[in-house]
Design a protein around this ligand. Structure first.
Ligand SMILES: [Zn+2]
Length: 1013
């Protein structure tokens, strides 16, 4: 046996993989093993960690100095068929049949990464096999290039347009102010080096990419000597290397001619650092602006509230010292620099760059939403504030809160949009990509301890940092990006010119041939024999019993001597605890409901105990990780199991209610102080600061405006669903288009009146009684239990009064254009946008029934096959999916970044009809069951496990029902699915609500809903 963690083995090889180094990674309780294959140059970094959710990622350094999007198109294309898996889209076949807990492909400005994760080993290796084949041996045929990249298409009227999956996806990126302004800033800071170009692709440049350049790109960058296979988890290193050796090594040796004098030869096995080819090193070089300069660019008006105005200073490599300085200056709203910027009212949101993206970084300080003419005021303010901070120093409180913020962030395990392992891997990859050790970014806690030591021993430490990075920093770049009403027009003109240029050189005969070939290729349905090449897990191999988090109901004594429900979730939280304190808002008159989201948003930002908001935020961030407002809404599902569940807690009045409250996270070592402070916040909440609420109102409006396009799918979906139940109507009032109406009315209402409303609402909710929920590890819980008794009394929590269920009639007046939501016709949300979204809602079966399980399988299959083929691949949308909301008994279909959203609705509804006639084959049903089972067992982070389990109890839907759902799922037959298809089609004919979010110029028939912002 080869021991990979024994340092005496360094320099020795296992199956030609030379052990280069071993890194102790105490910050992650892991060990890193770095290996290099001596013939192909392939590198492996295994982060060995006691975690059964294993993850792998193939990573390649991919850089380009054009905005043709070749790296991004390549990322899509390698997943469209390979030597061993010559399918149209092995990736989607794999996604639809595997037990993956994560499967993705990501293009960064300097690398492309293909990660996959699973808790089932056989499945993990299946994915590693399909992905390895895809990246090293893809087909990359011409049809794939024009499907994923770009092509000209003729419509019914013989009008030419440019199409392509990446082309359309990127059009969506170029549709609002923020991302464009920000990428222009990066371009300005790194002139003519790779960050100045768009690795995703600029739609005006994507059509410049030729097929040959595309093929060359793969040849250059996807070679084993430019690849790191990053591994994480508990599968032995030897087992993983055996697998790679067996599946890929000899094929790679052949493809890349790895012999003396061949394409890859003479691999240096001695170098402790990653090997980077010279041509790649050349591309990696960053150019900097050499002397102070000013830049001005233009970005579209959509989503803007004014200009982005920033000052920028180069800072060198990212490290903990710089991160600390960022936190101390701008870590939260009360930090000195962000407070000065906010208080100036020159803009509505602070811009302060956090480090992460490139090998060398820059500090950027400024404001979004600056009115024309105020640019110099912003510049002067930044300079003045930094100078003052240098002269007077930063307060101890601001330093303490920066330390707490970082300490907390480094310890909390989360799962933002993939396993936590992905965040660790990204750090390893950042080192590797730039030629630094994989471990170079993997000691953040240890490194921060060193910075803390410096802070403790030198009282002028922060001051010195300000001097070094700002005061004495010679090169300062001033940047302004201004919204322009001409932006889209100019791009449209440029696009038209591009099309007519392409038309001139167009070989119409060849184009027709290409398109016929593409359409034939797209329309061909793969047989089960063909897709059988993708390895799958059988239903019989699945573990029937699944892991269910548990929350216990206990009680503490409240302020009125009554028993206050205390929900306890024990999870592995690493010495952190999370506490929610919730009060019901369902006793308020319906007119107040529209203000709940903003109240929850600002609840901890208005100050308490007469101390002023900034003082309060500074105080809380020294003691807690964070404290913020929260809402929780829903109802008990009308099925016997849920009703029975709710019935057993009837006397406590907590089931099926709508809540507002606070959530706080803190380290167990500060539990006593944190709970004391939380009780103070709850009992001494202030609603007096008119000036600050005005600032927050401006921010809210800017946030809603900025997010309008990117949230288009959510708005369309909420709108389409609003008329179906009181619960969904409330959802529309609180988070949908109706909320935009509310927000846009705030200025007229005025901060003073709003504060009165907030105060009334808050007091009424608290009066109605409360509940407490904690998530923590065993030791922390023991420590918390007695403290919570004191806390409940100090926080004034009393017995819950009975709730009220709002009816549709009560809610109706607060839904903008309510009649439209009752209409058969689609609701049309019109806005200035280059991209669209569609939503269609139809009825489904009752929760927890066999029928519901079969419908889930059907919807999942339709998403992965029908919608993917017809709406994404053929229709050019970035995404389309349908799922069943069993609690609300609805099939929810949505499309994403869709060039033709109204057409997609027809395509979807027609498909439902077609699918009744052509049942889904047995093998397909089985594969889909396996994949749905996979989704059901995706691990969650401790905080989310606690929250889901708690919220389940609040709505008569405990986590134990998940086992029931999985049991039902595993019992579904192809016959059940066929019946589900019939049922869903029939019900879709009876009732279907539609909504479309699209550009103003579109003229579909329907009920127009005006967007107020
Ligand atoms: Zn993409």
């Amino acid at each position: 046996m080869f021991n990979f963690t024994d340092s005496s083995n360094i320099g020795k090889a296992y199956k030609d993989f030379v052990l280069v180094s071993i890194d102790q990674l105490p910050d992650y309780k892991a060990v890193g093993v770095y290996l290099r294959h001596k013939i192909t140059g392939l590198e492996v970094y295994h982060i060995i960690k006691d975690d059964k959710e294993n993850m792998f990622a193939y990573a390649f350094r991919t850089l380009d100095k054009t905005s043709r999007g070749v790296a991004h198109i390549m990322e899509h294309s390698v997943l469209c068929g390979s030597e061993k898996y010559p399918l149209k889209e092995p990736f989607i076949t794999l996604a639809g049949t595997s037990l993956n807990t994560f499967l993705n492909a990501l293009t960064y400005p300097d690398k492309t990464v293909y990660p996959g994760a699973s808790v089932v080993r056989a499945d993990y290796f299946n994915m590693m096999d399909v992905y390895g084949d895809a990246v090293f041996f893809p087909k990359l045929d011409h049809a794939t290039f024009i499907q994923e990249g770009h092509r000209l298409e003729l419509d019914e009227n013989n009008k030419l347009s440019i199409q392509g999956v990446v082309y359309n996806e990127m059009k969506g990126n170029y549709s609002s102010f923020q991302p464009i302004a920000f990428s222009d800033l990066v371009s300005a800071m790194f002139p003519n080096s790779y960050p100045a170009f768009d690795s995703g692709g600029d739609p005006l440049h994507i059509p410049e990419l030729t097929y040959q350049e595309f093929l060359d790109f793969h040849q250059r960058f996807y070679s084993p000597d430019n690849c790191l296979l990053c591994l994480y988890g508990d599968i032995p290193t030897s087992q993983q290397l055996d697998f790679i050796d067996e599946k890929f090594i000899s094929r790679l040796v052949k493809k890349y001619d790895c012999r003396q004098g061949g394409a890859i030869c003479n691999i240096d096995t001695n170098s402790k650092l990653p090997l980077i080819k010279n041509e790649i090193r050349e591309l990696q070089k960053l150019n900097f602006v050499k002397e102070s300069a000013s830049f001005k660019t233009f970005a579209p008006e959509t989503g803007s509230t004014g200009s982005l105005v920033t000052m920028n200073w180069y800072a060198g490599k990212a490290d903990m010292e710089k991160l600390f300085l960022s936190e101390a200056l701008c870590g939260n709203d009360s930090s000195p620099l962000s407070r000065a910027l906010k208080d100036s009212k020159l803009g509505d949101d602070v811009q302060f760059q956090s480090f992460g993206q490139f090998r060398e970084e820059f500090y950027t300080v400024g404001l979004w939403g600056v009115k024309k003419g105020n640019e110099d005021k912003v510049f002067n303010l930044i300079q003045k504030t930094l100078k003052e901070l240098y002269e007077k120093g930063i307060s101890q409180e601001d330093i303490d809160s920066a330390i707490m913020g970082i300490d907390f962030a480094l310890r909390e395990v989360n799962r933002y949009w993939g396993p936590f392992a992905l965040q660790i891997m990204e750090k390893a990859l950042k080192g590797w990509c730039n030629g630094d050790a994989c471990s170079s970014q993997l000691s953040p806690i240890t490194n921060f301890e060193k910075v803390k030591e410096k802070i403790r021993s030198d009282k002028d430490f922060t001051k010195k940092l300000i001097k070094k990075y700002f005061i004495d920093n010679d090169v300062c770049v001033r940047f302004v990006s201004e919204p322009s009403s001409q932006y889209f027009k100019q791009r449209e003109t440029a696009e038209a010119a591009l099309i007519s240029r392409l038309e001139k050189n167009l070989d119409k005969v060849q184009l027709k041939k290409d398109l016929d070939e593409l359409h034939a290729y797209q329309q061909r349905i793969e047989t089960p024999e063909e897709t059988a090449c993708i390895p799958t897990t059988k239903i019989s191999e699945l573990e029937r019993k699944i892991d269910i988090p548990e929350t216990k109901l206990e009680f503490v004594n409240g302020a009125d001597g009554s028993k206050v429900p205390l929900f306890v979730s024990q999870e592995e939280t690493n010495g952190i605890f999370y506490i929610d304190v919730l009060f019901p808002f369902d006793r308020l008159e319906p007119e107040y409901l529209q203000h709940i989201p903003f109240l929850a948003d600002v609840i901890t930002n208005l100050g308490w105990n007469g101390k002023g908001w900034d003082k309060c935020i500074a105080e809380s961030s020294c003691v807690m990780g964070d404290v913020w407002g929260k809402t929780c809404c829903g109802s008990v599902c009308n099925v016997p199991q849920c009703l029975a569940e709710a019935e057993q807690y009837k006397e406590y009045n907590f089931c099926g209610r709508n809540w507002i409250g606070l959530i706080c996270k803190a380290l167990s070592s500060r539990a006593d102080e944190a709970l004391k402070l939380l009780a103070e916040i709850i009992t001494k909440m202030d609603f007096k600061d008119v000036h600050h609420l005005e600032t927050l109102m401006g921010e809210l409006k800017a946030e809603k405006k900025n997010g309008l396009i990117s949230s288009g799918r959510e708005y369309a979906q909420k709108r389409a669903r609003a008329g179906w139940s009181a619960n969904l109507a409330l959802n529309e009032i609180m988070w949908g288009v109706s909320q935009l109406e509310t927000v846009s009315g705030y200025k007229k209402l005025g901060a003073k009146k709003l504060l009165q409303k907030f105060e009334y609402m808050y007091r009424e909710c608290v009066k109605a009684g409360g509940i407490i929920h904690v998530t923590a590890d065993e030791d922390t819980l023991k420590q918390l239990r007695p403290l919570l008794e004191v806390f409940a009394k100090e926080a004034g929590i009393t017995k819950l009064l009975p709730g009220h269920k709002y009816t549709m009639d009560e809610l109706k007046p607060y839904i903008s254009n309510f009649e439209a939501s009752q209409s058969e016709q689609p609701q049309i949300l019109k806005v200035e946008s280059q991209t669209g979204y569609a939503a269609a809602i139809t009825p489904a079966s009752d929760y927890l029934t066999k029928e519901a399980a079969a419908e889930n399988i059907f919807a999942s299959w339709v998403s992965n096959h029908t919608l993917w083929d017809k709406i994404r691949t053929t229709g050019g949308a970035y995404g389309a999916s349908c799922w069943i909301d069993n609690m609300e008994k609805q099939v929810v279909m949505t499309t994403y970044r869709d060039p033709t959203p109204a057409k997609s609705l027809d395509v979807y509804l027609d498909s439902l009809k077609e699918l009744c006639r052509t049942p889904i084959p047995k093998e397909e049903v089985e594969k889909t069951i396996v994949s749905c089972y996979g989704n059901a067992i995706v691990p969650a982070c401790p905080k989310d496990r606690g929250a889901r389990s708690f919220e389940g109890m609040l709505y008569g839907n405990p986590q134990k029902f998940k086992q029931l759902r999985v049991d039902n799922l595993l019992g579904v037959t192809e016959d059940d699915v066929e019946k589900a298809a019939d049922r869903l089609y029939e019900s879709s004919v009876k009732r279907c609500s539609k909504a479309v979010f699209c550009n103003k110029s579109n003229d579909f028939a329907g009920k127009i809903i005006k967007l107020p912002l």
